[in-house]
Write a protein that binds this ligand. Structure first.
Ligand code: NDP
Length: 433
């Protein structure tokens, strides 16, 4: 804590991982001898830079850009960029740290990193977003490369932003290096199912958790928070598997629709019109918009938090438990506060941490890199099959590792230990670097 003052989210993420990997350290004294813990908690490189840009009225703005290249033991740094006013070093480091273990869990050759800016794209015109992205990439490009560091999207960074970032990278370097960014448009090197992958993947993971106890999504009442990229495709997959998502949200409140969220309407609002969730009820008058309240007050059997960190407080967890929730699957990164995780454990609610459950996004990114490297493109069906197999595999390994360590059903321990072991073994093999 004294080494990284004021980085609350980073401390929270490190504490959670260290709490669960202690038994692995007992089994492997060689990790302690090589100071793996000290090294794994220290990013390999951290870049902070100025991003000046001009808005449509000619006013100059200065934002701060970040890229934390956390660990490259398993492959090039890989992880998204987040554009949101709350972004500061502590958030980028927590996300980068989580990313290291998540990427290891996918079994694919990718290291971990994360970046972003405190820029707020909300309410900005396309041209303003483009100018910001160009300025951001004008510094970042020198640190990137398909074998070095490969960013993707996250909160506030979707297909539009990736397009502008890729265009500027190409222009500055004079290289058509498709594998330098993932989440690209389908027309220029993007991969099928990347857009859907995080949401679909989280629901595939939940399906495996249900299957492990002889259950399924059929007829299940589900709540998904957020209404961005992860939330929309989580809702789509739940509906395909026979569940009903009755509520979703944005930072202004939530909508409750007992007939099931109308996905075409939601996509139109969020992907095309970039509107607020409140406007959902204008076309679905039987639905209600509840401003300023937490979506977790809506009773459900399965909860898929897909908005942001620490969005489920201890009080929200109690409300979910009272409402009959049996499974919580993190679509977002660290959406569940430590007190809420403890409450779920005590109440016997099965809980899947984001680093396992939302790994589908980065796994599909690794598949995009694979297609770019071989100048190939796969069909939607084949790409979805690959994603599905990866999510099943992650589930089964978390499950098996939890059993191996005497904590059956504890997906947090299973995910942390399995991811940690993979990174630690590679670091040992590479010597003291
Ligand atoms: P988007 O920007 O597409 O959507 C974010 C959604 O969350 C929006 O509905 C937004 O509402 C809401 N939200 C954001 N911040 C807050 C807040 N402080 N309070 C309440 N609601 C908030 O982002 P993504 O869907 O891509 O990402 C969501 C989560 O999933 C993040 O934790 C991200 O790190 C994680 N994730 C994303 C992956 C991906 O592939 N995209 C991969 C793995 C994890 P509003 O518009 O009002 O801000």
């Amino acid at each position: 804590v004294h080494r990284n003052p004021g980085e609350g989210e980073f401390h929270q993420a490190v504490r959670e991982v260290l709490d669960s990997v202690a038994p692995a350290l007992d089994k492997h004294p060689e990790y302690a001898d090589a100071k793996i813990i000290e090294r794994i908690c220290e990013p390999e490189r951290q870049i902070i830079f100025r991003v000046p840009w001009e808005d449509d009225s000619g006013e100059v703005h200065i934002n701060r850009g970040f890229r934390v290249e956390f660990n490259s033991a398993l492959g090039p740094y890989k992880g998204g960029l987040r554009f949101h006013p709350s972004v500061y070093l502590g958030i980028v480091k927590f996300l980068g740290f989580e990313q290291v273990f998540k990427n290891a869990l996918t079994g694919m050759p990718i290291g971990g990193g994360k970046g972003g800016s405190d820029f707020d794209p909300k309410g900005r015109s396309d041209r303003e977003v483009m100018r910001f992205c160009q300025s951001f990439m004008t510094e970042l490009y020198r640190h990137l490369g398909e074998h070095t560091d490969v960013p993707a999207g996250d909160i506030g960074v979707g297909a539009r932003e990736i397009g502008y970032l890729f265009g500027q990278y190409k222009r500055i370097t004079n290289r058509y290096e498709s594998g330098v960014l993932t989440g690209k448009g389908l027309g220029y090197g993007g991969a099928q199912v990347r857009r859907e992958a995080t949401g679909y993947g989280a629901v595939f993971f939940a399906e495996e958790m249900l299957r492990a106890v002889g259950d399924s999504f059929d007829g299940k009442r589900v709540v998904v928070s957020g209404s961005g990229n992860v939330a929309i495709y989580a809702i789509e997959k739940v509906h395909q598997l026979g569940g009903v998502v009755v509520a979703c949200s944005d930072s202004s409140g939530y909508v409750l629709d007992d007939k099931g969220i109308d996905l075409d309407l939601l996509k139109d609002l969020k992907e095309v019109r970039r509107a607020r969730i409140a406007s959902y009820v204008a076309t679905r008058p039987h639905a209600t918009f509840v401003p300023g309240r937490s979506v977790w007050e809506v009773p459900c059997e399965v909860a898929v938090p897909s908005a942001t960190q620490n969005e489920i407080s201890a009080a929200d967890a109690d409300a979910l438990i009272q409402g009959g929730c049996k499974i919580v699957v993190e679509g977002a990164n660290m959406p569940t506060s430590p007190a809420a995780i403890r409450a779920f454990e005590q109440a016997g609610v099965r809980f899947a941490p984001g680093k396992a459950a939302n790994a589908g996004g980065v796994a599909a990114s690794a598949l995009e890199m694979q297609q770019n490297a071989s100048r190939d493109s796969w069909t939607f069906e084949y790409s979805e099959q690959r994603l599905h197999a990866i999510m099943r595999d992650i589930h089964d390994r978390c499950h098996a590792t939890a059993e191996e360590y005497g904590v059956p059903g504890n997906y947090v321990a299973g995910a942390n230990i399995d991811g940690f072991r993979r990174v630690a073994e590679a670091m040992l093999a590479h010597g003291l670097i």
